[in-house]
Design a protein around this ligand. Structure first.
Ligand code: DGJ
Length: 732
């Protein structure tokens, strides 16, 4: 059993693979305290009261009620509430029917059971009874008659503990929730660093490292989506932790809307980490008897640096989050029309690309933005999901059938959550967009956001998607979202629920995704948001892959994919070989290098193959062969970062090692050639020390130990932006 309750000493011990997490119930009032999170330790003997400093001033209230406030303000609480004197970051802020915001919760009861529950209306990781144990601790505020249930699941095969929270109003009055975060962990000490993933459009998920200070660091999005700018991930780590060494605690919110993660260094040398839905623009009316569920936070502990944390997240998401037909399968090699034609295509053009693609071994054609309404630029037609037969002559079914005849599957682009002011839909239903009456909503990419809090709007979107997807043999959908939410107002919701728009919006997106994925289980869904603005575990629950960035330049992608892969598996990273000079940065890189870098993702093409040079075109069949040869390894293996170009400014290197350590693929990219420096030694990781590995190209043999400690010399690369794959196989 991964979770135990020690009745006499009143503590819970949650054991994941090599991780322990301990919660204590203390004093007569049954405060719930956080005792420990870290490397697995034996069950007993354990001195909970000393670890919680209960025998030191200010003491517990039963011994020193004079200083009750100091107790609240220093006790490492398991879930912080606002109003009684814990002035550190709180997780729960309420407003009762009298306008007061005071709330304090104490232990009431608990249950422990095998398995893991799903969360009502929300994505979450899943696990069977043989792998997972769940603890639900119900705490109560007896004055408010409010019940707060803290839900924890320990994965016995991984260093993972998940958390979520349910808040139930058992009173006969309405209670407003102003903030309901999902997790709170109080760490001892403040000598930690934080990493987070920061960015912008075309510059997503750059790793940022900073120290914990005696103040608050907050990583957040209030943009209505997880965003380009931030990602719902942080890791707290020892100051000297690196990729291979040190204690690292990763936190990732399984949610696609506004989020906050706050790290607070406190006056008594403790560090509080909280994470959940951002309280800005959040409010929830909890009528008598109603319950609110906060999204899941995944907590990963690593005793061996950031690298081990990464591999745990990858394993968890590949096996316990991503679902559907493509969960464990190679994805078809696709060619996408966006960078090939932008809006300028028709049946003839698409068929000419498909014809060429089929000759080269490409397996799917994806028709991106521009096939519907009157859409020839981004200034109209979102919402009018009817095929533009002036462009798609003969209709969609004809085009899809012709593409299928060429031996290719067919995929299509949608932006279901949006509406253009210049659309038939908007002309018929101007009140269907999110807006505030008497204010013209702010345009972004010429579009508004649909008010998905209104079921009628959702029904319309669903019926259009269903109609298109049922009308032809479509096996892939790219689900895009090209703007963030502003002008928060809904003509559908009553006044007192206007503060619920953003969370209701996210719930509606999930519901829609759920319906579409259930109705069309054979369709491969790739989510996208102006590139990679919604790359989060919430979306991964519905779509096994996410477009990583509009920036497809190979060198830029080194940085973006490096940051993304800190948390998310390579199998989920949408990556394509695109044309040069690159459309975002104007850089020209070798076609071969573009292939190597796209290989560390889903792999595909995004260029007009009828127009590229013969020399580049000729490389495509070889690249596709390479994809088929290595994708099982890349999709399922352990990912090791070896060198990082953002740190050394010269080269990048990573490796994927199969789970049984029998096969290794090393990717080495020389970003900038250094004068008088023609070879470089790299040190592999994660191999079987005692095994002999043979380079399948040169036939040279090495011991695993030599490859890791003495290194592997990379020779023969001359020039900028050049790369090399090294494939090693363990000798039998
Ligand atoms: C943004 C996406 O990231 C692109 O790949 C493309 O689909 C465009 N939207 C289309 O408008």
């Amino acid at each position: 059993m991964g979770i135990k309750f020690f009745e006499e000493k009143k503590f819970f011990k949650l054991d994941a693979k090599d991780t322990s997490y301990i919660i204590g119930i203390v004093d007569e009032e049954k405060f719930l305290g956080h005792v420990y999170f870290g490397k697995r330790i034996p069950d007993e003997p354990l001195d909970i009261s000393s670890l919680l400093r209960l025998n030191e001033p200010p003491f517990v209230p039963s011994k020193n009620n004079r200083d009750r406030m100091s107790f609240y303000d220093s006790f490492p609480t398991e879930y912080s509430t606002h109003g009684l004197g814990d002035f550190r970051e709180s997780c729960l802020v309420i407003r009762d029917s009298n306008g007061h915001s005071v709330c304090g919760i104490n232990y009431c009861s608990h249950i422990i059971y095998r398995g893991k529950p799903q969360l009502e209306g929300l994505p979450a990781t899943f696990g069977d009874k043989d792998l997972c144990t769940t603890l639900e601790i119900t705490c109560c505020d007896k004055v408010l008659n409010l019940e707060v249930t803290l839900v924890y699941t320990a994965f016995e095969n991984l260093d993972v503990i998940t958390r979520s929270v349910r808040v139930k109003n058992n009173s006969d009055k309405v209670i407003k929730l102003e903030k309901v975060l999902s997790a709170c962990v109080d760490f001892d000490g403040i000598d930690y660093d934080i990493i987070s993933l920061h960015g912008s459009w075309a510059r997503e998920r750059r790793v940022q490292r900073m120290p914990v200070g005696l103040d608050k660091r907050s990583i957040n999005s209030i943009r209505g989506e997880s965003s380009h700018q931030s990602n719902p991930f942080i890791a707290l780590m020892d100051k000297d932790a690196n990729d291979d060494y040190g204690n690292v605690y990763g936190f990732n919110l399984v949610y696609s809307g506004n989020f906050t993660a706050v790290v607070e260094g406190g006056q008594f040398d403790t560090t509080r980490v909280v994470m959940g839905i951002h309280p800005t623009n959040f409010e929830w009316t909890l009528a008598p008897g109603e319950e609110f569920t906060a999204p899941e936070v995944v907590m990963v502990y690593s005793d061996k640096g950031i690298g081990k944390m990464t591999r745990t997240f990858h394993d968890l998401y590949r096996n316990h989050l991503i679902r559907g037909k493509y969960k464990d399968r190679k994805r078809p090699v696709l060619i996408n029309s966006w960078e090939a034609t932008y809006f300028d295509f028709n049946t003839e053009k698409l068929l000419s690309i498909a014809k060429e693609a089929s000759k080269l071994g490409i397996e799917m054609l994806v028709m991106d933005d521009g096939w519907f309404g009157k859409r020839n630029s981004d200034n109209c037609s979102l919402g009018d999901w009817y095929v533009n037969e002036e462009k798609i002559k003969g209709g969609l079914k004809y085009l899809v059938d012709e593409v299928n005849k060429l031996g290719l599957e067919f995929g299509i682009w949608f932006e279901p959550e949006m509406i253009s002011p210049d659309s038939d839909l908007y002309r018929a239903h101007p009140d269907w967009c999110i807006h505030v009456p008497n204010r013209t909503p702010v345009l972004c990419r010429n579009q508004y956001v649909l008010d998905l809090t209104n079921d009628e709007v959702v029904e319309y979107v669903y019926s259009r998607l269903k109609d298109i997807l049922s009308g032809a043999n479509i096996t892939y959908v790219k689900w895009d979202m090209n703007r963030q939410l502003s002008d928060l107002g809904s003509s559908f919701l009553p006044k007192e629920k206007q503060g619920e728009i953003q969370h209701r919006y996210v719930l509606a997106v999930y519901k829609l995704l759920d319906r579409i994925t259930k109705e069309f289980p054979h369709v491969l869904l790739e989510s996208c948001s102006g590139g990679g603005a919604r790359f989060d575990p919430g979306m991964l629950y519905y779509s096994p892959q996410i477009w990583c960035s509009d920036n497809t330049d190979a060198i830029e992608r080194l940085v973006i994919q490096h940051g993304t892969a800190i948390v998310y598996p390579l199998s989920a990273i949408g990556a394509h070989v695109s044309d040069c000079p690159n459309h975002i940065v104007g850089r020209t890189t070798p076609f071969e290098t573009r292939g190597f870098i796209a290989l560390a993702g889903t792999f595909g093409y995004e260029l007009d193959i009828t127009r590229i040079s013969e020399e580049d075109r000729k490389m495509i069949p070889g690249q596709i062969k390479m994809y088929h040869k290595y994708n099982d390894l890349i999709r399922t293996g352990d990912y090791y970062r070896i060198a990082n170009y953002t740190e050394n400014h010269q080269y990048d290197c990573w490796a994927v090692v199969s789970k049984d350590k029998a096969e290794v693929l090393v990717t080495y990219i020389q970003v900038l050639q250094r004068p008088n420096y023609r070879s470089r030694r790299i040190y592999l990781k994660g191999l079987d020390e005692n095994a002999v590995y043979r380079n399948t190209e040169t036939n040279q043999a090495y011991t695993g130990s030599a490859l890791m400690h003495a290194g592997l010399n990379i020779i023969g690369i001359h020039g900028d932006f050049k790369g090399k794959l090294i494939h090693l196989v363990k000798e039998k």
